[in-house]
Write a protein that binds this ligand. Structure first.
Ligand code: BTN
Length: 247
């Protein structure tokens, strides 16, 4: 799934929102289109949260993926992207950790988040996926400290600044590899790498699903579509396809 050279903007509302509008306006917009911006005025996170990123510091971009993967298997796409980000982190000698479903941490602090949004497909065949990624690159410790959860950046972890555009070019190579493998061989080919980096495997976690059902249990694994498998104290096994995980 090759990506086109990114189209860079100084400021956008949200790359996910703008790319979505472009797809709605042009149903022929090619798969692999990438929009990136140095600053988002209305960056969005999962579950209607905000995504904060100071002007010019970090990577914020969205890519269009049109794929014929079936809708149940699409649940695993955010995990595939997490693996691609971890692989990119390795090129900077950093060890990424994956927190289900789609947070990437370094040293237990969030370095990247993924927001995948699906658009109805006009022909009913290919799914239109908007893959939005926020990746903290040159975020200072001061900026990280005002975020309401532990956050980090490549700069904080290595004491070095990075050219944001080059980080994107590198990440697109890893996204291309992981998504191509997923499309050709399925999530089963990616899952071992996800598990290898899982931050919560065999520890107790709490999942709050989007309608406020809370389940606590030991994280025992990941199912074939990327769903998380929990074992409660009484041995009951539950699986969850979406929600917010607390460690
Ligand atoms: C999360 O961790 O909650 C997901 C964060 C996703 C943020 C990215 S930044 C680029 C793209 N545009 C957005 O508005 N959000 C995503």
């Amino acid at each position: 799934m090759p990506f086109s050279p990114p189209i860079w903007f100084d400021t956008l509302d949200s790359t996910n929102t703008v790319l979505k509008e472009m797809v709605v306006d042009n149903s022929q917009l090619p798969s692999g289109t990438v929009l990136a911006t140095h600053y988002q005025t209305n960056g969005r996170g999962r579950l209607s949260r905000q995504w904060q990123s100071a002007p010019g510091e970090n990577l914020t971009f969205s890519a269009l993926l049109r794929t014929n993967i079936d809708s149940l298997a699409l649940t695993s796409l955010p995990l595939v992207i997490g693996v691609a980000i971890v692989n990119a982190l390795e090129t900077y000698n950093m060890h990424g950790q994956l927190k289900w479903p789609n947070d990437v941490l370094v040293d237990h602090k969030k370095i990247a988040g993924v927001l995948v949004e699906l658009l109805p497909s006009p022909d009913g065949k290919l799914a239109n996926c908007i893959i939005g990624i926020g990746f903290n690159i040159n975020m200072s410790l001061d900026s990280a400290n005002v975020i309401n959860q532990p956050a980090t950046s490549l700069l904080i972890e290595s004491n070095q600044t990075y050219a944001v555009q080059l980080v994107l070019d590198n990440l697109l190579i890893h996204l291309d590899k992981a998504i191509t493998l997923w499309e050709e061989k399925g999530f089963a080919a990616i899952k071992p790498n996800w598990i290898k980096h899982a931050v919560s495997l065999n520890t107790q976690v709490t999942i709050n699903n989007t309608i406020n059902n809370i389940t606590t249990g030991i994280h025992r694994g990941i199912g074939p579509s990327g769903e998380i498998i929990l074992e409660a104290l009484d041995g009951t096994i539950t699986t969850h396809f979406c929600g917010d995980l607390s460690l």
